[in-house]
Design a protein around this ligand. Structure first.
Ligand code: AHR
Length: 662
């Protein structure tokens, strides 16, 4: 204080100037006193509180989480040869003719008829922006094939790098003129981010080929035809409370014909009918004409993933409405039954006995035990009376048959405005279980709205903060960044969600994944390329909250009020009854270092040592990246706690979390 006061010199050091200067000095150096009421439990924190939102956007499933390396493996894209090109020796001659067997197999109509008249002739697949291949890794190739009459040759399988050097090879020899599946495995000789795959006839003859597939052996849990392990690991590391799937707008589809239909995504992969991905041409700034949904990652795999990572499954189903930003088609009310039946059958698929019609299908896929689904969503970002009319019919049917299943209901696209107000009123009048609110807003909105739920109705429906992400430029702008400004603002907002855990029972950032070359929407929680993946600054915030959830909310007060922006502080606290710890989260959203003394009231004993975890950067533009994945990452230190008081010196723009035994 003395040194600061001494700077306030000058012959005209009038009393007023001195007074101002002294006041500044006090606020910079005297810690603010906060009170934590450790024995005043305000709410239980739902185990589902911090979870994940998954959608096949940004190459999230095919070419992302689903580890298949071959694009358009069964030639079902609108252009059957998309992703494929001819490969042949200089003087070789041959042909590749796409055949359509029509309704003989509606889920898999096309295959390719490959013929060599002379020499080496075949097709090359470019993968999803190339194929990421790792040296020393085993790759498992499989194919449906049949020989042409009179042919008996082999099919050569080659992985090649960008300069056409062969980095792995195998061969299969179909033994029949009937369709059969053939497999071959080989080890790659080099690490290549953008390899491609050749399937080649080496001598005169012909073969029909379908479902040409290549997977790395190191999938998540080593499952054949499984998921990319590094991507699932990033999810598992967060210990998410729930996993929402499959979207997002993809649930609705641009048209009802293109909606997500879960029944078409289970069973043998070759019988899952491919459809266009609605993000294919949605954004002119990021056209993706080769974006389709193979459904290799289907509803069984989603449930299995939930189980693997300990997350409660939250499937969202179409409410009989196509995306209202696109065609806005609706199924007439008297033709809604198939949509409702899909919801009822899904509950049986997830939870029914292995003898029930749909439970049997789950058992046949290798999971006789139920998946313990407790919630289902009806509609994504639907709005207007047409939604409420349809929702009422769904709700009655689900409640009648499965009264224990909680229903998640859409409150539209925005957290305020006419659409929201109408739905919020209607849904509350219906006394629905859970209302799904979405907020894609500027960072400042998140800071300004940390108190959004402080005065919410405590007796009505619960809230699911179902999709949120601070947008650094504007909603869905291709220039948005996953910068620290956004992440820190989200953290401030999340203290408000946590403080109101009696109202807010689930929250998830959105979207989840983006491929560095295949994205349409930014920002996103996790970025990947063909070989690498990293969690953004926002991921670090989500993970910090999720790993440090606690079981019961207790008040943190400044001047007897919730800490929600006063002098740029945001705070929330929970008790973890399982470990007897107090968990305090404090955000300093200002550019200056600030200190705070957090006095713990109502705890008989407080341990003298605790841990402090800090995420911070003085530069709000800081981002994590492939090159610097940990630019923002948790820094953990030990702190001493005397006289039940936690003294914190808070970095500028910082998110701080203290754990201490009480
Ligand atoms: O997360 C991206 C999109 O944003 C979702 O598909 C949709 O629900 C929202 O508009």
């Amino acid at each position: 204080m003395i040194s600061k006061v001494s700077k306030c010199t000058g012959l005209l050091a009038m009393a007023a100037v001195l007074a101002t200067c002294a006041a500044n000095t006090v606020s910079a150096q005297t810690p603010k006193i906060f009170t934590i009421k450790a024995n005043e439990v305000k709410a239980e924190v739902a185990p589902t509180m911090w979870g994940l939102f998954f959608e096949d956007i940004n190459q999230g499933a095919d070419g992302g989480l689903y580890a298949e390396l071959v694009k358009n493996r069964s030639f079902e894209f609108d252009v059957p040869g998309m992703g494929w090109k001819e490969t042949k020796d200089k003087n070789a001659e041959g042909s590749a003719l796409y055949q359509n067997r029509g309704n003989a197999n509606p889920a898999n109509r096309r295959y390719v008829q490959l013929k060599s008249e002379s020499g080496r002739y075949g097709l090359a697949n470019e993968g999803f922006k190339g194929m990421g291949i790792k040296q020393g890794m085993q790759y498992d190739f499989s194919i449906l094939a049949r020989q042409h009459e009179g042919s008996s040759g082999s099919l050569l399988v080659e992985l090649v790098d960008e300069k056409n050097n062969v980095i792995g090879t195998a061969s299969v020899k179909p033994t029949s003129t009937d369709w059969a599946k053939y497999n071959a495995s080989f080890v790659a000789r080099a690490t290549v981010p953008k390899a491609s795959l050749n399937v080649v006839l080496t001598e005169k003859g012909g073969m029909d080929l379908d479902m040409i597939s290549l997977f790395p052996k190191d999938t998540w849990k080593g499952r054949k035809g499984g998921l990319r392990a590094d991507m699932v690991q990033l999810l598992a590391d967060m210990k998410p409370g729930f996993f929402r799937f499959p979207g997002g707008c993809i649930v609705e589809g641009r048209t009802l014909d293109e909606r997500f239909q879960w029944k078409k995504t289970i069973g043998n992969p070759e019988d899952r009918e491919l459809i266009i991905n609605r993000w294919n041409v949605e954004f002119k700034h990021r056209l993706a004409p080769d974006y389709f949904q193979s459904f290799g990652l289907g509803f069984f795999e989603y449930f299995q993933l939930c189980e693997d990572i300990g997350a409660s499954p939250l499937p969202i189903l179409n409410a009989g409405m196509a995306c209202q930003f696109n065609t806005a088609e609706v199924a007439p009310l008297d033709e809604l039954q198939p949509y409702i039946q899909d919801a009822l059958d899904l509950i049986e698929f997830a939870n029914g006995s292995a003898q029930s019609t749909w439970g049997k299908k789950r058992a046949e896929m290798g999971h006789p035990e139920p998946f313990k689904m407790t919630m289902i969503g009806v509609g994504n970002e639907n709005w207007g009376p047409q939604y409420i009319e349809r929702l009422k019919v769904f709700t009655k049917a689900i409640n009648d048959k499965y009264p224990d299943i909680k229903i998640v209901n859409s409150s539209g696209t925005d957290p305020s405005g006419d659409r929201f107000d109408y739905l919020n009123k209607e849904l509350r009048a219906m006394n629905v279980d859970i209302i799904d609110e979405h907020y894609y807003r500027a960072p400042q909105w998140f800071l300004d709205n940390a108190g959004r739920y402080d005065d919410y109705d405590r007796k009505g429906p619960k809230v699911f903060a179902g999709e949120y992400a601070a947008q650094s430029v504007r909603i869905a702008s291709p220039d948005n960044k996953n910068n620290w400004h956004c992440a820190m603002s989200e953290a401030a907002f999340m203290t408000g969600l946590e403080r109101n855990a009696d109202v807010v029972v689930m929250a998830s950032y959105a979207p989840l994944f983006a491929h560095a070359e295949g994205w349409q929407w930014t920002p996103d929680l996790i970025w990947v390329d063909n070989l690498r993946s990293y969690g953004t600054t926002n991921y670090q915030v989500q993970k910090l909250f999720s790993l440090n959830r606690g079981t019961h909310v207790v008040p943190v007060l400044l001047d007897n009020k919730a800490v929600s922006g006063q002098d740029g502080y945001y705070a929330s606290a929970t008790i973890d009854r399982k470990t007897n710890e107090l968990i305090l989260k404090v955000v300093n959203s200002t550019a200056k270092r600030q200190s705070g003394a957090f006095v713990i009231d109502g705890a008989a004993k407080v341990q003298g040592k605790g841990s402090l975890t800090v995420l911070s950067s003085a530069d709000l533009e800081t981002v994590n990246s492939f090159e610097q994945p940990n630019a923002i990452s948790p820094k953990v230190s030990q702190i001493s706690i005397k006289n039940k008081k936690i003294n914190l010196d808070l970095n500028p723009y910082s998110v701080n979390m203290v754990r201490v035994k009480i």
